[in-house]
Design a protein around this ligand. Structure first.
Ligand SMILES: Nc1ncnc2c1ncn2[C@@H]1O[C@H](COP(=O)(O)OP(=O)(O)OP(=O)(O)O)[C@@H](O)[C@H]1O
Length: 980
């Protein structure tokens, strides 16, 4: 007792075990599920997976391979094909910079014997290239004496003088020589050569020919003057004293600068890629284009705003480069430098534009950006870090094709000119001597000169084969060419690559004069236009028939409703005056771009409609019925695959630009800039619509107040609720006084109060305008729709005003009335005699409920008059219907009355019509037979449901599946399964 039984422990431990195992199992299950999800996504994003798995590694390996090949080609040439060369004579000295005066040889002691040797040396030197005459000069006695012209052989008092002089005047003296001739026998010719091996920046090469030529010349002169059998020769070499560096090295900037400044421009490049593709992905660009924005203006605006950014960025780089004291910046022409950075930045920006035309998702754009970033980085860091690899492309051994390909790469052109500039501008720290050697500087004129051999590497052992490096300005020309080529490619691909809606132009669209605004098409009269549409339809149908001839499952389509047939004949009647008409409009979404397929989706089929000013057309239909596709075609967002529409005499297919200038669109999904306020949106779109500037503030206030967004006009749209965004989209569609407005589900997500505000705004706004609205709210269609169309499977199923549709497709009216139980039978008899065919639905304690089928509609006015007592019958009452139309409880305006519809007119005059039953409590002096009554009509929703039921005899799946496609899909699937 009181002791925990061992079984409990066992149970506990087993349950812990169980939960542990269970947890592990769940963990594995989740891991497996997530792995499956990731794999599915990776397969779905196959381009990005391809880039990650194959393109990346292969591309970089390929780059490495090319570099290795280029280098190997050089190495092989050097190793296997050495060419002999003749040692030249002593060449002319160079000062700190080419052209500075210098001393060729300083010698000591100044004895006749030494002079004799040096005279021989000069004589021999004059017979060898480059035949430099090294004549004797006056003795130097003062270390402060600086040569004003280049001197030959200068005698000095001692080797100490040579030391002091070269210390005081670095990079001025080429060779120093001190003779210590010891008489023999054997006579010992001892001499020591001093040389300067730090002065390499001016083109002299201390370790190459010159020192060799000098020692050879001295030895030869000694040999020619001495008795060789009794002579010995001893020589030593010595450096000139070293001057400590006065400045740090610039090598970091010159070798890594191209890479760093490339990175700085790549920030702009990736931002541009991301911004433009995101704008495309979110359909913001489409939205602006629908509001009349021109393609050229769109790109040029982006180009200009980025040009400003790039210019500021170039200035900042150059100014800060100078502030940091980099000689690359301080020693280079400022304007040349700014222009170089600007051209590079703009060529990258234009390249980004080009890439955006081929990319639809921002994640792909970022991926491409990163790819190019890495490639460019490798390029700049490996290729342009030194002139050996940087100029390899200009060597005679490199393929010309490489040069032509590379000139289309902006970062190649930038790397080249940056290397040119840094070679001129940057000094360097000699690692052997720790001596700073200043560069001559890059001047404007240097842009036009070929890079001198002195700055280029040698590609053979003789040091004579230099790459033929073009002048720096060539890189500017190439970058300008890059800007031009990428701009043209951007404008071209922007037209021919299909957008999200499948719109694209023909590959040779630029040959079409209409592209340049020259409309050489004959303007058709309405009759001709209709005839053309009919002819096209006949052709289409014939083609379709020939395609489906062999198939036994040709869909049998239901016959069109009478009203639809009438509407079609009106639309195809050229004599009927209307502001807009749609004829045989068709949209097929193709499975394959190359051929027709049974899986093609016919979203809209041969739609014919007329539209009038001031009359709002409400489009109803099940999900996928084709409403949005119809709107998208009419608003120019999607190209139709057949048929056309005429708005105020302008063809949708050929004159969309003109139509757009008088069109406003509220798309199904809000297309708003997250980081812009409502007011900024209105200003932007009003500007695109060319609303006069001074009218914009008043317009903004009026419209935002109308949809109750005025108080939040300064908040970013991303902070808006769904309903607020919708209202803003709605208002945007009304800017610029459009004559045609498309509202695709404009009130989705709005609360009932705001919806009513929007309704009343639309109701007022529709005067003098053509408005088409799609909605899933029957109430909205009932209230706003002057005409209502119901679509299913891309076809028009019914058309008419609300009352007409209710009468035609509804179950009729219901009337409920209260009588004294004692009078019930009398009332029943009277009603049945007045309205033959009426059906008694309920009879309990004096409460009668009758349904009047559509066939008995003609009798209802009389019944109403009787109930009202207008005909003096027993239903007569003084205060009839005090609450009529109120008990919907929502101030809902009554549905419109059709002129042709007597019943509805009669009911509406007596104000008894409502979609809800309502009661009239009569007060009467005489004893009435009926104390009160209520009347209701079939709701639009019931009509809609009936039409959808009829359109889907096999049952509505909840989405659009047209019969033929479903069959075809089944057949195709069967075929595929069999084949598998
Ligand atoms: N880009 C597309 N590619 C292929 N089929 C499409 C495409 N866009 C629409 N469809 C198909 O066309 C048909 C009509 O679509 P649409 O968007 O016009 O319907 P809707 O009536 O507006 O539907 P909802 O009420 O759901 O907005 C649907 O079957 C849809 O699947």
């Amino acid at each position: 007792m009181g002791r925990a039984p061992p079984t409990n422990v066992a149970v506990k431990s087993s349950s812990a075990n169980f939960s542990y195992r269970n947890g592990l199992a769940i963990g594995f299950r989740q891991l497996w599920t997530m792995l499956k999800r990731n794999t599915t996504l990776q397969i779905r994003y196959r381009r990005s997976t391809f880039a990650q798995v194959l393109l990346g590694p292969i591309l970089f390996l390929f780059l490495l391979w090319i570099l290795q090949k280029a280098d190997t080609a050089q190495q092989l040439k050097s190793n296997y094909h050495p060419t002999p060369w003749t040692l030249p004579g002593i060449d002319m000295c160079q000062g700190s910079t080419p052209g500075d005066p210098c001393i060729n040889i300083m010698f000591t002691p100044d004895t006749p014997e030494v002079r004799q040797i040096l005279t021989t040396l000069n004589a021999r030197n004059l017979i060898r290239e480059p035949k430099v005459n090294l004549g004797f000069e006056d003795q130097y006695t003062d270390v402060m004496t600086v040569p004003s012209t280049t001197l030959g052989m200068v005698p000095v008092a001692s080797s100490q003088f040579i030391y002091n002089y070269t210390l005081q005047n670095p990079n001025t003296t080429r060779f120093g020589i001190e003779f210590s001739i010891v008489d023999g026998p054997p006579k010992n010719y001892v001499y020591q050569t001093w040389f300067n091996f730090t002065n390499a920046a001016n083109g002299t090469d201390p370790f190459g020919d010159s020192l060799l030529s000098f020692t050879r010349a001295v030895d030869e002169a000694i040999m020619l003057n001495a008795d060789s059998s009794t002579a010995e020769l001893q020589t030593t070499l010595k450096d000139f004293p070293l001057v400590p560096p006065s400045l740090a090295s610039d090598e970091i900037v010159s070798s890594l600068g191209a890479m760093f400044f490339f990175c700085s421009m790549m920030v702009i490049f990736i931002c541009v890629l991301n911004q433009i593709v995101t704008e495309k992905e979110l359909h913001l660009r489409h939205s602006m284009q629908m509001m009349g924005l021109k393609t050229l203006v769109y790109w040029f605006a982006w180009w200009l705003s980025n040009a400003l950014l790039v210019f500021i960025s170039s200035l900042v780089i150059c100014l800060f480069g100078m502030a940091f004291g980099f000689t690359m910046f301080t020693n280079t022409n400022f304007i040349a430098l700014v222009i170089t950075f600007f051209l590079f930045g703009m060529s990258m920006v234009t390249m980004a534009f080009w890439i955006t035309t081929m990319v639809k998702a921002s994640r792909t754009a970022i991926l491409i950006g990163i790819f190019l970033f890495i490639i460019g980085l490798l390029f700049e860091s490996m290729v342009f870090s030194n002139s050996y690899v940087g100029y390899i492309w200009y060597d005679s051994g490199t393929s010309v094709v490489a040069k032509y390909v590379l000139m289309f790469i902006p970062f190649f052109n930038f790397g080249k000119i940056f290397l040119d500039m840094s070679l001129y501008a940057s000094g360097r720290l000699d690692t052997l001597t720790s001596t700073y050697i200043a560069g001559p500087g890059f001047h404007w004129n240097d842009l036009y000169d070929k890079i001198p051999d002195a700055y280029t590497p040698t590609y053979n052992a003789a040091g004579t084969r230099h790459p033929n490096v073009p002048p720096p300005i060539q890189s500017w020309y190439f970058m300008l060419m890059n800007i031009g080529v990428f701009a043209i490619l951007t404008l071209y691909l922007d037209q021919v690559v299909a957008d999200d809606y499948g719109n694209k132009r023909h590959l040779l669209f630029f040959l079409d004069p209409s592209f340049y605004g020259w409309n050489i098409r004959k303007k058709l009269s309405t009759h001709e236009w209709i005839a053309a549409q009919e002819a096209n339809k006949t052709k289409r149908d014939a083609k379709m028939r020939s395609m489906t001839k062999k198939r036994d499952d040709i869909p049998v389509e239901d016959a069109d409703d009478d009203d639809v047939i009438v509407e079609r004949s009106i639309a195809l009647n050229g004599d009927f005056e209307t502001q807009a008409r749609i004829c045989n409009l068709q949209k097929v979404f193709r499975e394959s771009s190359f051929r027709q397929s049974p899986l093609d989706k016919i979203a809209v089929k041969d739609l014919c409609l007329t539209l009038q000013e001031g009359k709002l057309l409400a489009l109803l239909g099940q999900n996928g019925a084709g409403k949005s596709t119809t709107m998208n075609m009419l608003s120019g967002l999607t190209k139709s695959t057949g048929g056309d529409a005429l708005f105020y005499g302008l063809s949708m297919n050929y004159e969309m630009a003109e139509i757009r200038s008088m069109m406003g669109v509220c798309p199904q999904h809000d297309i708003l800039f997250d980081d812009m306020t409502a007011e900024e949106h209105i200003r932007l779109y009003a500007g695109l619509k060319n609303v006069p500037k001074e009218e914009i503030p008043a317009l903004t206030e009026e419209r935002l107040k109308a949809v109750r967004l005025w108080k939040v006009k300064d908040r970013f749209s991303r902070t808006y609720s769904g309903g607020m965004k919708r209202r803003l989209s709605m208002v945007i569609s009304t800017l610029g006084d459009p004559k045609i407005i498309f509202l695709d589900e404009p009130t989705t997500g709005m609360d009932p109060t705001n919806r009513r505000h929007v309704w009343s705004f639309i109701e007022k706004f529709k005067q003098g305008r053509i408005i088409i609205l799609t909605t899933h709210s029957m109430e909205e269609a009932d209230i706003l729709g002057d005409r209502i169309c119901v679509m299913a499977h891309g076809r028009l199923r019914a058309i008419g005003n609300s009352i007409h549709l209710k009468n035609k497709f509804g179950a009729g009216y219901r009337i409920s009335m209260m009588t004294d139980p004692s009078n019930t039978e009398r009332v029943k008899g009277l009603i049945e005699s007045m309205v033959p065919g009426c059906i008694l639905k309920d009879d309990s304690a004096g409460a009668l409920l009758y349904q009047f089928p559509p066939t008995s509609m003609g009798s209802i006015p009389r019944l109403v008059q009787w109930l009202e007592g207008v005909d003096g019958g027993s239903g007569s009452h003084k205060n009839s219907n005090t609450n009529s139309g109120q008990n919907t409880g929502q101030n809902t305006p009554l549905p419109r009355t059709a002129n042709t519809d007597d019943i509805s007119a009669s009911l509406q005059q007596s104000s008894y019509l409502s979609t809800q039953p309502h009661f009239n409590n009569h007060s009467s002096d005489a004893e009435p037979l009926v104390h009160g009554y209520g009347i209701s009509q079939t709701s639009l929703e019931e009509v809609f449901l009936k039409l959808i039921r009829d359109a889907n005899p096999d049952g509505y799946q909840g989405y659009e599946v047209s019969k033929n496609n479903e069959k075809d899909q089944d057949a195709t699937l069967r075929q595929r399964t069999t084949a598998a």
